[in-house]
Design a protein around this ligand. Structure first.
Ligand code: PRP
Ligand code: MN
Ligand code: MG
Length: 181
């Protein structure tokens, strides 16, 4: 699997340090607030898992699955595949994402949670790819900015593979056929 990676963009250690840093910040900010941390499946699973372990406060976790991509190209549509089990009305939400690319997924979720009357909404993303942006959305907390390349690992997939890499890497073009991302 590792030989399919052209180069490591963000190492395991850098990711873990960042989780600790963001976790400490959020712990201060949300002390006494019992936020609802929402993991956007499947990509955000590793980040959510590591981040919540660095948050030294009471919080609740829930999981939501929406789809917006068909293969490598976005269809521009967002569909709920699995909704939350939790009522968001009056809650302080932390939306946990692995990456913001076009911004469509998050823009849809933010609108949905506003409509459901959340008390507050904070977007926490490990990666931001500003070059891909299409919807008017900005994260409140960003781990790392990434270039416009095909990045995989630590939750990010190509055809469902590579999510279990402990680092973020750039896929070799021969693996994805050199297709534009
Ligand atoms: C990926 C990624 C983000 C989203 C970002 O998820 O994990 O959730 O796309 O793209 P956007 O900003 O253009 O909306 P995907 O829909 O591929 O599902 P996955 O998390 O299950 O891989
Ligand atoms: Mn995702
Ligand atoms: Mg995906």
């Amino acid at each position: 699997m590792h030989n399919e990676i052209e180069r490591i963009l963000i190492s395991e250690e850098e990711i873990q340090d960042k989780c600790r840093e963001i976790g400490e910040e959020l712990s201060k900010e949300y002390e006494d607030r019992f936020p609802l941390a929402i993991c956007v499946l499947k990509g955000a699973m590793p980040f959510m898992s590591d981040l919540v372990k660095r948050m030294d406060i009471h919080l609740e976790m829930d999981f939501m699955d929406v789809s917006s991509y068909a293969g490598m190209r976005s269809t521009g549509e967002v569909k709920i595949e699995k909704d939350l089990d939790t009522q968001v009305e009056g809650r302080d939400l932390l939306i946990i994402e692995d990456i913001i690319d076009s911004g469509r997924t998050l823009s849809y979720l933010v609108d949905l949670f506003k409509y459901r009357k959340a008390n507050s909404i904070k977007i926490v993303t490990l990666l931001d790819k500003p070059a891909g942006r299409n919807a008017d959305i900005k994260a409140d907390t960003i781990g790392f900015e990434v270039p416009d390349e095909f990045v995989v690992g630590y939750g990010l997939d190509y055809n469902e593979k590579y999510r279990n890499l402990p680092y973020i890497g750039v896929l070799k073009p021969e693996i994805y056929g050199g297709e534009d991302n």
